[in-house]
Unconditional design. Structure first.
Length: 608
């Protein structure tokens, strides 16, 4: 993986492709490459590092191509080298392929193709596809692709071109997203709608085991059995401004500051504070199963998993429903028990997370009802769920998720109130419980207005190499999320723990060089967290507290304190995480890190 853009149309293709792939730089990559057909020949250029290195190779040339494909690679098979970069070509430079996913039986296929005389130049699994298509090519590119893919085991989103069938891009999908962009006498195939948004907002989402054929004048889709499919054209609601930095130095900082409006967007049309009502239209088709639900299992990865933990606490405390939160990557491999009355909720910002999608499919196989919480409309997870809730927060470009986390918690709170009404119809969610969430965006803005305090804190601790984040109750998941943000973008080793567990091991790490961040708001376990602070202080640790406004008591017990507004315990994570997002961001910037494209990470993890 990571980014695919294909173009065929009346514009010069090379510049269109480069502009498109730059829109996907945020997804993370280590090399890039482009292939295009010009004057009846296939030309391919590759570069290690940033797309700017590829541009240097192409600079100064006048191109006349009207068809091509481009790719950014996040290494899975083989190191980031010129040979391993995409596109990959066949023996005779007559087929070029870009690919996201993993070909699981590539060793077998490669050995077989070598025996047949094919010569390989890379360590990748993808190169197998170019040679397989070459093997089956008989002047019809789509039929060669279909025949080749019949031998393939694994996941793929591919785009293929050939000078031997020069007016055609063939794409196919199984487990890795692809979208057709429909322009004015031009067509795109991309792994993310952002890449073609400058040219068109009309798109078609490919389903698994579908093939797309794009020509100058039209597009068509079909199954792997060569049966035509008829797809709905959908309009992307995002606009080009939403995927620009808007004057901020980084997308991550922009998205941190977008959170007040993002949370308002989450709630728009869904809450009526005066009546204490929550309306979630995307759940209507599952209302009976949700009312009868005996147990909820949340599957997610990374930041979404942390949001799921907050949701577990909410649902169990307020709606009195048993909840388990599972790492999606482990769920499908441990033969989980799915009983009658089990609802599985999949949480994913992108809606394409491979592990979460696989967990959903395992749950469906075992008979669960599937609900999704996603941000990207038309994503695979959203389409495969029985019902779902969209975040509606606009694109999140920064690799380190920020606004999606707070939006997911907001949705989980709304879902909790919805379930309270649904399961206990004799009661109505109080207007106070709805009004408290409606007040959250303004409180987030209050925290953002105090950013200068966090900048000073970052300046003090930017040289740290280790950090510990501790919280209890609703703030334990915040400790996990704060530590994840710091290590993701600053490369400082950080761990999040339940504060009470510190003395069962991590306390051995405490010394004068170790910053320890406590999320210590005035909640039901405040007294306990003060005891944990004392344990660290007695061992010389440097103490930072995120505390509730008006708490003068804690100032005497820590080295630094940052105050946040008061709110209901269950909504505190939305507020307490904001200073931790800002702290991670500013420490990373001061250390010279590329916060939007941290090393080794990808925004949408579409391989297991």
């Amino acid at each position: 993986m990571c980014g695919i853009v294909g173009y065929i149309g009346h514009h010069e293709a090379v510049n269109v492709l480069l502009d498109g792939i730059k829109r996907l730089e945020y997804r993370g990559y280590d090399s890039s490459g482009i292939a295009f057909v010009e004057n009846g020949l296939l030309r391919c250029e590759k570069a290690v590092g940033k797309i700017s290195e590829l541009e240097k190779k192409l600079d100064g040339n006048n191109f006349s191509a009207h068809i091509g494909i481009v790719h950014t690679r996040w290494a899975t098979h083989g190191a980031p080298t010129m040979e391993n970069a995409h596109p990959h070509v066949d023996c005779n430079n007559g087929i070029a392929v870009v690919h996201n996913g993993i070909i699981e039986n590539y060793d077998y296929l490669k050995a077989k193709l070598k025996r047949e005389g094919h010569i390989f130049k890379s360590e990748t699994d993808t190169e197998v596809l170019a040679h397989l298509i070459e093997k089956y090519f008989q002047n019809n590119l789509e039929m060669a692709v279909i025949e080749a893919l019949k031998e393939v085991e694994g996941t793929y989103g591919i785009a293929v071109i050939s000078p031997k069938d020069p007016q055609k891009i063939v794409a196919a999908r199984r487990g890795s997203p692809l979208v057709i962009g429909i322009g004015n006498r031009e067509y795109f195939i991309t792994s993310d709608v952002s890449a073609s948004l400058e040219h068109t907002r009309d798109v078609v989402y490919l389903d698994d085991n579908e093939v797309a054929i794009l020509t100058m004048n039209h597009y068509e889709t079909k199954t792997m059995q060569n049966t035509p499919t008829y797809k709905k054209v959908e309009e992307v609601l995002w606009n080009i401004d939403m995927i620009e930095k808007g004057g901020y130095e980084h997308f991550m900082l922009k998205e941190i500051h977008e959170q007040p409006q993002a949370l308002r967007n989450v709630m728009r049309g869904r809450v009526e504070g005066d009546r204490g009502l929550v309306k979630l239209g995307g759940l209507i088709s599952c209302e009976r199963e949700l009312r009868e639900a005996r147990r909820i299992v949340i599957v997610a990865c990374g930041t979404s998993w942390h949001a799921g933990l907050v949701g577990e606490y909410m649902l169990e405390e307020l709606a009195r429903i048993p909840v388990e939160v599972e790492y999606a990557s482990e769920f499908r491999y441990r033969n989980p028990v799915i009983e009658e009355g089990t609802v599985v909720i999949a949480i994913s910002q992108s809606g394409e997370t491979a592990d979460t999608l696989a967990a959903m499919r395992e749950a469906r196989h075992k008979g669960a009802k599937l609900l999704s919480i996603c941000n990207v409309v038309g994503s695979t997870i959203a389409r495969e769920a029985d019902c779902g809730i969209y975040l509606h927060i606009g694109p999140e470009i920064g690799v380190a998720s920020t606004k999606a986390f707070t939006a997911q918690i907001t949705v989980l709170y709304l879902f909790t109130l919805y379930m309270m009404n649904l399961k206990y119809s004799h009661t109505t969610t109080s207007s106070d419980m709805v009004k408290v969430i409606q007040s959250i965006p303004d409180k987030v803005q209050t925290i953002l207005n105090m950013e200068k305090e966090i900048v000073e804190l970052a300046r003090i601790y930017k040289g740290s190499e280790n950090a510990l984040y501790l919280g209890r109750g609703y703030n334990y998941p915040v400790a996990l999320e704060g530590a994840l943000k710091l290590k993701e973008i600053s490369y400082i080793h950080a761990e999040g723990y339940p504060a009470a567990e510190m003395k069962h091991g991590p306390i051995a790490l405490i010394n004068k060089d170790m910053p320890v961040v406590f999320i210590a708001t005035r909640d039901s376990v405040y007294g306990k967290i003060l005891s944990n602070i004392a344990e660290v202080r007695s061992r010389g640790g440097r103490l930072i507290a995120i505390a509730s406004e008006g708490d003068d008591q804690i100032r005497e017990k820590v080295d630094h304190v940052f105050y946040i507004p008061k709110t209901a315990d269950c909504l505190t994570p939305i507020l307490s995480v904001i200073p931790l997002q800002l702290l991670a961001y500013h420490m990373a910037v001061m250390r010279g890190c590329d916060v939007d494209k941290p090393r080794n990470l990808a925004k949408s993890v579409t391989v297991e």
